[in-house]
Design a protein around this ligand. Structure first.
Ligand SMILES: [Zn+2]
Length: 410
């Protein structure tokens, strides 16, 4: 199942909340149920865990673990059969204050199939298998080379990753005297041949078994890269995956970045490129004396969105802002606040008791909903590109490209 941007975003912020919780000892239970596992098998497994837990020495831990297990068992009763991709539970007592705990419960039907059954009691929730489902799935291989140096890397989603940098040690063609010109010529050709073989070997090693591998981009100055390809150094399986070659000035890690930059049009459907173009468009508009087709800042963006003036909404993936209303169950104290990140605990200022979240409005979720109502496109911009960083730092993570100009202050 492919997630929409909104689903991916909501999934991501839910997981961020799960990760924040800390438990005492082993009071947080993470349970991953693969689709092949029958609900009643899980239930009997948990019943067994429940009776095992009577051996836990600490009375309060025992009580909390058993409460968590019971809660999962009762929630499982809502399922006649295991959902298509399985089920994931995070349930347990999180620490609040000095010696208080409070039960938290999360249930996920994941976007991809749960691979293995996991039952884990720990002081934190085990979210790694779900985190992996949210990672970018597409990978490109990068290779830049000339006669003196080669660098191998990956482009994963928007991230450039260095795998290996190699110096050739092939002497330059300038004859230094001493041996005969022909012998010298031959020896450097032998060295070059060995070097190309080594580069090809490293590329095979890196790219061959890579999952979700889409293709290879090759770069470098001059004709060396073409010679390398024409002489069939690369494994034939990899040759088939070459997307294109590009001239780059560098063959080091910077060369990898140059290569991705040069391959821009070729990889135009890649998100990084789309992001770069979107932010560039925004900047072009902002530079116009009347502000052109641009606006930024929460208040302006919301206003223009409401009147249907926004063509594309640009939201930084890292933007976290929510309006929270809290109420103390013990003394009735009420509070509200705007948080850039969800606080670890909401203890009542008057009596110290954990407050209940009565209402929580996530800004990005709200923006998604507003956009949907007026047919505005939402683009989530990662913080991984320079442009994405700029959106975050210079514009508070939120900007819009407009359908029609409103003028400054509009
Ligand atoms: Zn209170």
């Amino acid at each position: 199942m492919l997630l929409t941007d909104q689903q991916r975003y909501e999934f991501k912020i839910s997981l961020e909340k799960v990760k924040k919780h800390e438990g005492r000892g082993t009071e947080l239970i993470s349970l991953y149920i693969p689709p092949s596992k029958m609900i009643f098998d899980v239930t009997s497994y948990l019943r067994n865990e429940y009776s095992q837990s009577s051996n836990i020495k600490s009375a309060s831990t025992r009580k909390n673990v058993q409460a968590a297990i019971s809660s999962i068992i009762s929630r499982l009763k809502n399922y006649k059969r295991t959902p298509e991709n399985g089920l994931v539970f995070f349930i347990g007592h999180r620490k609040i204050g000095a010696d208080q705990t409070s039960m938290v419960q999360y249930v996920f039907e994941p976007p991809e199939s749960v691979q293995t059954f996991i039952y884990r009691c720990d002081s934190e929730f085990h979210t790694q298998p779900l985190d992996e489902m949210l990672e970018d799935k597409v990978t490109y291989g990068l290779l830049v080379l000339d006669r003196s140096e080669a660098t191998i890397g990956f482009l994963r989603g928007k991230r450039i990753e260095l795998v290996k940098n190699l110096d050739s040690l092939v002497p330059s063609k300038h004859h230094k005297g001493g041996q005969s010109a022909r012998r010298f010529e031959r020896s450097i050709e032998v060295a070059a041949h060995e070097y190309y073989k080594k580069v090809a070997g490293l590329a095979n090693e890196a790219f061959m078994d890579e999952e979700n591998f889409v293709g290879i981009l090759i770069g470098g100055p001059g004709a060396t890269k073409n010679y390398f390809l024409d002489e069939d150094y690369l494994h034939h399986e990899l040759r088939k995956k070459i997307i294109d070659t590009f001239d780059t000035g560098y063959t080091d890690e910077y060369g990898l970045r140059e290569l991705v930059e040069k391959a821009k049009d070729t990889l135009s459907d890649l998100d990084l490129m789309r992001e770069k173009r979107l932010i560039q468009k925004l900047l072009d508009e902002i530079r116009k004396p009347d502000g052109g087709l641009s606006t930024y800042g929460e208040e302006h963006v919301k206003h223009t969105l409401t009147i249907g003036a926004v063509d594309t909404l640009l939201v930084s993936e890292d933007l976290r802002k929510s309006k929270v209303e809290l109420k103390c169950p013990q003394c009735g104290q009420e509070e509200e606040g705007i948080f850039a990140e969800t606080p670890k605990d909401y203890s009542c200022k008057k009596c110290g008791k954990e407050m209940d979240i009565v209402r929580e409005e996530d800004l990005v979720k709200e923006l998604f909903q507003m956009s949907e109502a007026v047919g505005t496109k939402v683009e989530l911009i990662s913080g991984e590109s320079e442009e994405g960083e700029l959106l975050k730092k210079a514009f508070g993570g939120l900007a819009a490209i407009l359908r029609f100009p409103l003028g400054r202050g509009g």
